[in-house]
Design a protein around this ligand. Structure first.
Ligand code: MSP
Length: 540
């Protein structure tokens, strides 16, 4: 079975989770479920990033020890992942021993391979971004992200990032799939190229240790230094696989046939698209061998794909704590519950909207009005209605039996074959994380089926006592519903499962390989209930 390793970023525990975190996790979960349905064995990793000055500061302002504070907030992230039905296989915390051990082993490898040296760091640091900035990068005295910066001068270990410019550019060029979407890939390339003109012919070497505070992982053999939080954090992807000896590391990372995908927000692409590949190459190859590395040598060393998604705004405004417009996923579920949507369904609607509203990679705007209209038109009125009309007609008029020997006309065949077209495209769409197109096809498929039903009007056939013809039409509609439910499994898993349960579809047939494997003639369905309730604001 093909293997696939998918990771969310690990979330800073300086504050409670919000829609941005929910979004990254839901996208990763959708990808994980898509791949499982496509026959892959998937490991989905999520977790929390607990070290660094930002977290230490937040703990102090709340009068808590950093560890106590981390335990509390990390739990909130885990609760949110559970609440949203994220199908993670592991939850990593950077304060766990398994992680600290890995980060130190990784450091030692970089050191043994000649990539680390000691010097003095002098420059700007933004605690909010946990990032160093050059004078030339500041905008009006602040980090490009708007974060406040402070001047630092301290002894520090450095990583020879500067040496990686050529190899990084070769990687971006040779593997255009490495960084997605294309627009973001271009930004990374110009960042790496930009270094050439700006800083003495190469990217800047990177300060990777701090002495001015303590909340972090100790640098091996130098107690005074703790690791730079990004070096610590990035290695989480390896700790969870028991790097370097674990079977999971060998199977999910080193094995060239396994696909490793990191999904991250656009704000942290620099760390994943530039620092992380350089660290990984440095952990595997000696400085003296850099020029002789062939790109094929990097399979099983680097991740395969890094996807950067955009940012959400709230009703058109940038989301920020100071503006007081941070969107709390739990409050959104409460809002839906206040309109009589049950919690389980509310979570599915929230997940659906997050994936559906924004083309992956673009920024998106969160608006409750658009939320309601999208969910109502696509899930309630389109797919839900199709399922409810069709299944209840079969249940009421044919004792729950699907036609025993349906005669499918050309329109019916054409409709069913649309599912085959989707099946043929799906692997490619999954690999390119084109959730948008998968859902376009799904919704379009349902619209076509509704048009077909409308045109064939089985309710009239019934009145005219043309029972066989009615059953033929209902068979076609039912077959489409089966396929639609399979296609919805990654996005609204519980509701899709309910539809498949009504149809009595065996568990082993709930996957993409069975998309075009038609419903068994004459099989029996269970009593259907409406799955996608309409959201309507209650009039006060
Ligand atoms: N701890 C680092 C990641 C380390 S990974 C080795 C971090 N954490 S974070 O909590 O600040 O952000 C985690 C993710 O949430 C990022 O991918 C970020 O882009 C995403 N979001 C935070 N706010 C967001 C929005 N308003 N909209 C969409 N996603 C945003 O960075």
């Amino acid at each position: 079975m093909k293997k696939s390793y998918i990771t969310t970023p690990i979330y800073y525990v300086n504050d409670a989770p919000h829609i941005g975190h929910a979004y990254t996790s839901v996208m990763c979960d959708a990808l994980a479920r898509l791949k499982r349905l496509n026959g892959c064995e998937v490991k989905l990793l999520t977790g929390t990033d607990e070290h660094g000055q930002k977290v230490e500061k937040s703990a102090l302002t709340r009068n808590k020890s950093p560890q106590e504070f981390c335990d509390e907030i990390s739990q909130k992230f885990r609760d949110l992942a559970d609440f949203l039905g994220i199908s993670y296989s592991d939850f990593i915390r950077t304060t766990q021993d398994r992680h600290k051990k890995t980060a130190q082993i990784f450091w030692q490898k970089l050191n043994e391979n000649g990539w680390i040296y000691k010097d003095v760091y002098e420059g700007w640091y933004a605690i909010r971004d946990e990032a160093f900035y050059g004078e030339d990068e500041l905008v009006d005295g602040k980090a490009p992200s708007g974060a406040e910066v402070t001047w630092h001068k301290e002894e520090s270990y450095f990583f020879r990032l500067g040496d990686f410019q050529d190899i990084l550019l070769k990687i971006y060029e040779q593997f255009p799939e490495f960084i997605n979407p294309k627009s973001k890939r271009n930004e990374v390339i110009s960042f790496v190229k930009g270094g050439k003109e700006l800083i003495k012919g190469s990217l800047k070497d990177l300060s990777i240790s701090r002495t001015s505070f303590k909340w972090g992982i100790k640098v091996p053999d130098d107690e005074n230094h703790i690791m730079y939080v990004w070096l610590d954090a990035l290695t989480n992807y390896l700790s969870a696989l028991n790097y370097p000896q674990g079977a999971d590391f060998k199977e999910f990372w080193e094995d060239k046939s396994s696909i490793v995908t990191h999904i991250v927000g656009k704000d942290i692409l620099r760390f994943h698209g530039v620092y992380w590949p350089a660290f990984l190459i440095g952990s595997k190859f000696k400085k003296s061998d850099l020029d002789s590395i062939k790109l094929e040598d990097l399979f099983g060393v680097l991740p395969d794909r890094i996807f950067a998604h955009g940012w959400w705004t709230n009703e058109g405004q940038k989301i920020s704590k100071s503006l007081g417009n941070v969107i709390d996923p739990y409050l959104e579920i409460e809002w839906l519950k206040s309109m009589n949507i049950e919690e389980e369904l509310a979570v599915e609607y929230f997940r659906y909207f997050l994936v559906r509203e924004v083309i992956f990679g673009n920024d998106g705007n969160y608006s409750r009005e658009v939320f309601m209209s999208k969910v109502n038109s696509e899930l309630a009125n389109n797919i839900g209605n199709l399922a409810q009309r069709t299944l209840s007609m079969i249940f009421k008029n044919s004792d729950g039996f699907i036609a025993k020997n349906p005669q499918i006309d050309s329109q019916g065949k054409e409709l069913i074959d649309f599912g085959l077209e989707i099946e043929n495209k799906i692997s490619h769409l999954i690999e390119s994380c084109d959730f948008d197109e998968i859902l376009n096809l799904t919704v379009n498929f349902a619209s076509k089926a509704n048009e077909y039903l409308h045109h064939k009007a089985p309710w009239n056939l019934k009145k005219e006592n043309k029972i066989d013809e009615m059953n033929d039409v209902l068979y076609v509609a039912c077959e489409v519903i089966r396929q639609l439910a399979i296609l919805l499994l990654p996005f609204t898993p519980n509701s899709a499962k309910k539809i498949l349960d009504f149809l009595n579809i065996a568990n082993e047939e709930r996957n993409f390989a069975n998309l075009s494997n038609h419903l068994k003639f004459g099989s029996k369905i269970n009593e259907p209930k409406a799955v996608f309730a309409r959201i309507s604001e209650l009039k006060q």
